[in-house]
Ligand binder design. Structure first.
Ligand SMILES: Cc1cc2nc3c(=O)[nH]c(=O)nc-3n(C[C@H](O)[C@H](O)[C@H](O)COP(=O)(O)OP(=O)(O)OC[C@H]3O[C@@H](n4cnc5c(N)ncnc54)[C@H](O)[C@@H]3O)c2cc1C
Ligand SMILES: NC(=O)c1ccc[n+]([C@@H]2O[C@H](COP(=O)([O-])OP(=O)(O)OC[C@H]3O[C@@H](n4cnc5c(N)ncnc54)[C@H](O)[C@@H]3O)[C@@H](O)[C@H]2O)c1
Length: 478
């Protein structure tokens, strides 16, 4: 049995674990990272990276409908999921090998196998070949992510009843008629992607799409309208209770007796924290009622020296949160001044018929926290850049406190929202944020200009000129 002595051990190599390993090594610490399955975790192998690759393909196909009017002529184009699957697979392989390479170059010790606490400072790693290795560690980070949650009584069947994990682990099933279950983020993203990739999609949801998220009603309505334009509509109040397979495919039954038939099913019915086999009983680490690892606001568990991040901590499950958590933990391990987790200021995204991005507080939360939120709005409808791209859906919506002009939150809907949100994500002084945006030297024509326009709307409509433009000359003095 091989033995290692390190400063920090990370269990799980998803975006959170990977980022923690990189930051720990860059700060001169001896780091080991353990992975029981594919290096890179859910995000790289079965989540964000392959999904965004498909979203890009779906956008190309949608945009091809504008080709003729722009003077690009030729036969009609259509999506092919088999080829799209191959494309994402190649992208994922390339990214994975560059990730692993970088960790090795930084001197991180990579260990293949299931990591399990023998005691709070000892982790045993069991490889698939039965070999075991042991790590003595000063600190540990649990970064073991999540797995798909299935409705009660429903089981997966390869090629017929899949989760998103299974969809990317093996080539996509051939059948054209797909039944998609769930109105959460995955359901809303895949309804669009599947449709553009040439599938006939029956989308079953028990509550309206994204109803449990913090996007504004305006954002959800814009997305709904874009999906309708592409003839994508959900069957609402469909609570799945049973799935049957036969020679012709699959039948999905609702609690109220409705029945839908198709070739295969994708279950997008949530995910839960994954802690199986971690040996937490040999530590003081505690799980909450939903199975998430409990931590304090600095992400330390009930066992001093053991931290946790990302999906396994929840409740927000996205790569951005996992990577932000990693930054916080490594910072706190190495600095006197501690930083607390603040999920509100980590961007959230949805990639569907339009992109939705948001950060900060929504109106209700802002009011609850004692602010008086004012809204600044700018639509892409008249943006020269958006018009030139034949893609004018969406807007920028900024929230500021009426008294102080402090930026409270922001939402960007439309093409490239996932890139533009970074202009709001800088964690600098938020009392100065709107002034910083208003003074940004912009590229023209660009979508980023609409952020400047939204700050100007805020100033003009809510009398925030002094806070946003500064106390310069008044109009009377001119
Ligand atoms: C279809 C889909 C699309 C998504 N798209 C996006 C997106 O566009 N943007 C976004 O921000 N988020 C997206 N997400 C969410 C994102 O993938 C997750 O939030 C993110 O991967 C969580 O990162 P993590 O580091 O917490 O864990 P994970 O990425 O889940 O990684 C955990 C790793 O730990 C390993 N592990 C578990 N137990 C052990 C053990 N005992 N020993 C060793 N290794 C272990 C697992 O094998 C796994 O590799 C998507 C998710 C899905 C399913
Ligand atoms: N862009 C991103 O950041 C991104 C992308 C994909 C996934 N994720 C994260 O991954 C996690 C999993 O995504 P998800 O969409 O599976 O989960 P989710 O929790 O967002 O949504 C699950 C949906 O399934 C529905 N559902 C559950 N049981 C059902 C039943 N029996 N019949 C019909 N509907 C049922 C729920 O009502 C809900 O609408 C989420 O936390 C999500 O935020 C993030």
């Amino acid at each position: 049995m091989k033995n290692y002595q390190v400063d920090i051990t990370i269990i799980g190599s998803g975006p959170g674990g990977y980022r923690a390993a990189v930051l720990g090594a860059l700060r001169g610490r001896k780091v080991a990272i353990v992975e029981s399955a594919t290096w890179g975790g859910t995000c790289l192998n079965r989540g964000c990276v392959p999904k965004k690759d498909w979203h890009e393909t779906a956008k190309w196909i949608e945009q091809s409908r504008h080709y003729a009017q722009r003077g690009v002529v030729g036969p009609d184009l259509a999506g092919d999921m088999t080829q799209a699957w191959e494309h994402q697979h190649q992208v994922v392989k390339t990214v994975r090998s560059s990730y692993v390479d970088y960790l090795k170059r930084l001197g991180v010790q990579l260990l293949d196998g299931l990591g399990s606490f023998q005691d709070p400072r000892t982790i045993v790693v069991r490889g698939q070949d039965g070999e075991t290795q042991q790590i003595q560690t000063r600190y540990s980070i649990i970064a073991t992510g999540s797995t798909p949650a299935l409705p009660r009584g429903i089981q997966t069947v390869p090629g017929k009843v899949l989760t998103s994990d299974m969809l990317y682990d093996d080539a996509a099933p051939a059948g054209k008629r797909v039944i998609l279950i769930g109105g959460g983020v995955i359901g809303t993203e895949f309804a669009y992607i599947f449709r553009q990739l040439g599938k006939e999609v029956q989308w079953l949801v028990n509550s309206p799409s994204l109803s449990h998220t913090r996007y504004s009603p305006q954002a959800k309505d814009t997305l709904k309208a874009a999906l309708h334009t592409l003839d994508i509509q959900a069957q609402e109040h469909f609570r799945v209770s049973r799935i049957e397979e036969d020679a012709r495919g699959v039948s999905v039954f609702a609690e109220d007796g409705r029945q839908v038939q198709g070739d295969w099913v994708l279950l997008a019915t949530g995910r839960h924290a994954f802690t199986q086999g971690l040996g937490l009983e040999n530590t003081a680490v505690h799980l909450d009622e939903q199975g998430f690892v409990e931590t304090d606001t600095y992400l330390e568990t009930a066992e001093p020296g053991i931290f946790a991040l990302g999906d396994v901590v929840g409740p927000i499950m996205n790569a951005n949160q996992a990577m932000s958590d990693a930054q916080i933990i490594v910072h706190n391990l190495l600095s006197e001044e501690k930083t607390a987790r603040n999920p509100a200021w980590v961007p959230e995204l949805v990639y569907s018929a339009v992109e939705l991005a948001r950060i900060g507080l929504d109106e209700d939360t802002a009011e609850d926290e004692g602010f008086e939120p004012a809204v600044g709005f700018a639509a892409f409808e008249t943006s020269p850049r958006a018009l030139g791209q034949d893609d004018t859906a969406g807007f920028v919506r900024l929230l500021a406190d009426m008294d102080s002009g402090e930026l409270l939150g922001g939402e960007i809907v439309g093409r490239d929202a996932g890139e533009l949100i970074h202009l709001l994500a800088n964690s600098g002084d938020r009392e100065e944020a709107l002034r910083r945006i208003a003074e940004t030297r912009v590229n023209h024509p660009s979508r980023a200009e609409e952020l400047v326009n939204a700050t100007e709307t805020l100033a003009a409509r809510w009398g925030l000129e002094a806070q946003i433009f500064g106390a310069g000359e008044s109009a009377d003095a001119l």
